[in-house]
Design a binder for this molecule. Structure first.
Ligand code: SF4
Length: 285
C-alpha cells in the first residue's frame, strides 16, 4: 500500500465532474431531510444546523421528514450518464442530511425509491452511511439480503469505542462488497480489533475482522462547539489500518490541529488534513 501526498484510486473522477466538497465522495444525495439524534457523534449535527437555517422542523422522532423534489431525484441519472460516458464510476454519498437507515415512517417510501434508483444507476457507487447499522437488514429489499448490489458501499459511523463495539458487529454482517467505517467526529481512542476473530454467529467461518472491513475514514469535528480530536487517536487508527492493510483516508482535522502533541483550536482551513505530513487519500481496492 502506498503512502503518498496524492494517493488516488480507480474511483477518482475528473475534477470538473466532482461536485461535493467532501473529500471521499463526488456527489451527495439525500432521499429525505431530517433525523433523530442517536449517539455522542450527533451532538453538534451540522445537518440539523443547516435544516434550521432553512425553515427547520425535521429533527426528532415526532417531526416530519422533508421530501425532495422530482428534479432533485433526476440528478443521479445525469451523474450516472456522465460517469458512463467518462468510463469512470462516480461516488455518491447518501445521506448528508439524514441517516439513510433511520427507519422513521416518513422515510420509508423514499427509501424504497432510493433502492430502485441505486439499482438503475450502475455507474454510480452509492456510499450509504448510517449510525443505525442494526436497521439495515430490516429495511433493504429481500434480494439485497442475499447480496447487496455491487455499486453499494455500506458504512457505519464510529465516533468512540462504545460506537465501535455496538456498530462494527452489525456492519460486518451486511453482504456488501465494501464495508467501511467513518470515524468522524472522532471523540476518543478506538481499538478496532482488526486481528480478532469474527464470531461464528456472523456467518463467515474462520475470518479475521480485517477481512470484513474494507475502508476506514477518520476526521475531527468542525463548526461551532467542535470537540477536539487528540492527535494520538487518529494516529492510532492510521496505524491499525496500516498494520491490517486497510485503506485509510484522513478527511480533516476539523477545528483543532496538533501543536506539541496536543490539540489546539486553529480553525478548519488552517488545520487542513495532513497527518504527519501525509495526505491520506486511500480508497477500497
Ligand atoms: S445520525 Fe447523522 S444526521 Fe442523524 S442526527 Fe446524528 S449526525 Fe445528524
Amino acid at each position: 500500500m502506498k503512502e503518498n501526498a496524492k494517493v488516488n484510486s480507480n474511483y477518482q473522477i475528473s475534477k470538473n465532474m466532482r461536485e461535493s466538497k467532501i473529500e471521499w465522495t463526488d456527489h451527495t444525495f439525500n432521499h429525505v431531510w431530517g433525523c433523530t439524534k442517536v449517539s455522542a457523534g450527533c451532538k453538534n449535527c451540522y445537518a440539523e444546523v443547516l435544516d434550521n437555517r432553512w425553515k427547520g422542523g425535521h429533527w426528532g422522532p415526532g417531526s416530519t421528514r422533508k421530501a425532495m423534489s422530482e428534479a432533485y431525484w433526476k440528478q443521479p441519472l445525469k451523474w450516472n450518464a456522465a460517469a458512463k460516458k467518462a468510463g469512470v464510476p462516480a461516488k455518491v454519498f447518501c445521506a448528508s442530511m439524514a441517516d439513510v437507515f433511520e427507519g422513521h415512517p416518513d422515510t420509508l417510501p423514499h427509501l424504497q425509491r432510493l433502492f430502485a434508483l441505486i439499482e438503475s444507476t450502475p455507474f454510480l457507487i452509492w456510499q450509504l452511511l448510517t449510525k443505525r447499522p442494526e436497521n439495515i437488514m430490516q429495511l433493504v429489499p429481500d434480494h439485497w439480503k442475499i447480496q447487496f448490489p455491487a455499486n453499494v458501499w455500506i458504512g457505519t459511523s464510529v465516533e468512540n469505542q462504545e460506537a465501535a463495539d455496538q456498530r462494527i458487529p452489525e456492519l460486518a454482517k451486511i453482504p456488501a462488497v465494501v464495508r467501511f467505517l467513518s470515524c468522524e467526529p472522532l471523540l476518543g481512542p478506538i481499538e478496532i480489533g482488526f486481528f480478532g476473530m469474527a464470531p461464528a454467529e456472523w456467518g463467515y467461518g474462520y475470518s479475521m475482522i480485517y477481512q470484513l472491513i474494507h475502508w476506514v475514514i477518520a476526521g475531527g469535528e468542525s463548526g461551532h462547539g467542535a470537540r477536539p480530536m487528540h492527535p494520538d487517536w487518529v494516529r492510532s487508527i492510521r496505524d491499525q489500518c496500516k498494520a491490517a492493510e486497510i485503506p485509510f483516508l484522513m478527511k480533516q482535522w476539523g477545528e483543532w490541529a496538533e501543536d506539541g502533541g496536543y490539540p489546539v483550536r486553529v480553525g478548519k482551513k488552517l488545520a487542513g488534513r495532513l497527518l504527519d505530513g501525509v495526505e491520506w487519500n486511500q480508497f477500497p481496492k
